[in-house]
Design a protein around this ligand. Structure first.
Ligand SMILES: Cc1ncc(COP(=O)(O)O)c(C=O)c1O
Length: 393
């Protein structure tokens, strides 16, 4: 491609596209080739590429003040905090700023340990929470972990969806349970009904801090503002990142006040935290989600998308399963997805993967039904080609 690889650590699976420009749910390369973007920057392009509200807010803020350490006060930050408070789950009234998902998780692990006074954590089989040492310690995949042992001590993994196994793993050392309300990286795994409520009940009864990682599933992605709302469950700590600032890096750890109050001055911090540029972009993102009704759009357009995928499943034997909620969808194939993804690119559709055989779709919430219909047409073509190559009929 364009020569970047010569300078970069070889750490990402890369696709042969040089993205030059984006608007809404579309991307273009330098030659003007257009793509429907169901990769959505791994979920970061939540309110669409170059969302007008975000672009205007960033432009205006950049001309005023870009950096402002947390040791000073700032109007852009206050506005963001007020907007965030207006959409936050009930009771999660205190917030810590960072700059990425993994950092939001690191903060959550420290806050929960400090408050509970216990080092042990229960995480889920299949969990993905990031790759810094703390986040990696609660991430399940052996491939990511094995070269970096020892990780944090006292972490136990239990099956996702089984609250009695979770309760059975609790001992005197456990102070925290962490989970994704829908697992993203591991293949769009929706928990069985009742699971989140049962975990909430166990954590209340056993006095354990419950952390929801809503980094991928939160902020309207599933058709509700918070993925936990799909099962009427609120955690004690919630982590956000990805699309919260329209593409500008930001991580957030929200918590109940008594948990945040356990932390002493200076016990956690970040130099870029709460910078005015990210806060302005974040306020514009919340406006887009609420005023432009993007959460509602994620529910209705996501439903149409899933129905279309289920029709493709009826037609294509290569599809084993279709699952997900809102604009967080997974299509499990019977074979590796690599060629399907590359063929998608050749036909103007960007898709994401989960593991070897799952197509993950994280389209911007601004995507309309006509674009979904076109994406489904391209998937139909690409899957037909793949079945021909593999002699599946
Ligand atoms: C659920 C979840 N948690 C945490 C992370 C880590 O976020 P980041 O890559 O910004 O560190 C991700 C990233 O994909 C994620 O999907």
């Amino acid at each position: 491609m364009n020569g970047e690889d010569q300078y970069l650590a070889n750490l990402y699976q890369r696709f042969p596209v040089e993205a030059e420009k984006g608007k809404g749910a579309r991307l273009w390369d330098a030659s003007g080739r257009e793509f429907i973007d169901c990769m959505g920057g791994y979920g970061v392009a939540l309110v669409g590429h170059c969302n007008d509200r975000v672009v205007q807010a960033v432009r205006a803020q950049a001309e005023k003040l870009i950096t402002c350490h947390m040791s000073l006060y700032n109007r852009s930050r206050l506005e963001f905090l007020q907007k965030m408070a207006s959409i936050s789950p009930k009771g999660l009234t205190k917030l810590f700023f960072s700059n990425s998902g993994a950092e939001a998780i690191e903060a959550a692990l420290k806050f929960a340990r400090k408050y509970s006074g216990k080092p042990g954590v229960i995480a889920m089989n299949g969990a993905y929470h990031g790759k810094t040492f703390g986040a990696l310690s609660v991430t399940y995949n052996e491939k990511y972990r094995k070269s970096f042992m020892p990780l944090l001590e006292g972490v136990k993994f239990v099956p996702y969806g089984d609250s009695s196994k979770l309760e059975g793993a609790i001992d005197d050392t456990i102070g925290t349970v962490i989970l994704e309300p829908i697992q993203g990286e591991t293949g769009i795994i929706v928990p069985p009904d009742g699971f989140l409520q049962q975990v909430r009940e166990v954590c209340d009864r056993r006095n354990i801090v419950l952390v929801f990682d809503e980094i991928q599933a939160g902020l309207g992605r599933t058709g509700r503002m918070w993925a936990g709302q799909n099962w009427n469950t609120t955690p004690d700590i919630m982590c956000l990142a990805k699309g919260i600032a329209g593409g500008v890096p930001m991580g957030l750890t929200l918590a109940k006040p008594e948990i945040m109050d356990a932390m002493k001055l200076g016990e956690h911090s970040s130099t870029f935290a709460g910078n005015p540029l990210a806060c302005a972009a974040g306020s514009a993102t919340i406006d887009a989600l609420t005023k432009d009704k993007l959460v509602e759009n994620a529910a209705s357009t996501g439903r149409a998308f899933k129905e279309g995928l289920l029709r493709l499943k009826d037609k294509h034997k290569i599809i084993r399963d279709v699952r997900g909620l809102g604009m967080m969808l997974g299509v499990e194939l019977r074979f590796e997805v690599k060629d399907v993804l590359l063929d998608g690119i050749n036909n103007g559709l960007l898709m994401l993967y989960s593991g070897r055989n799952i197509i993950r779709l994280l389209p911007p919430l601004v995507m309309d039904e006509a674009t979904v219909a076109r994406a489904l047409e391209i998937m139909d073509t690409v899957l037909t080609g793949e079945e021909r190559r593999r002699n599946v009929s």
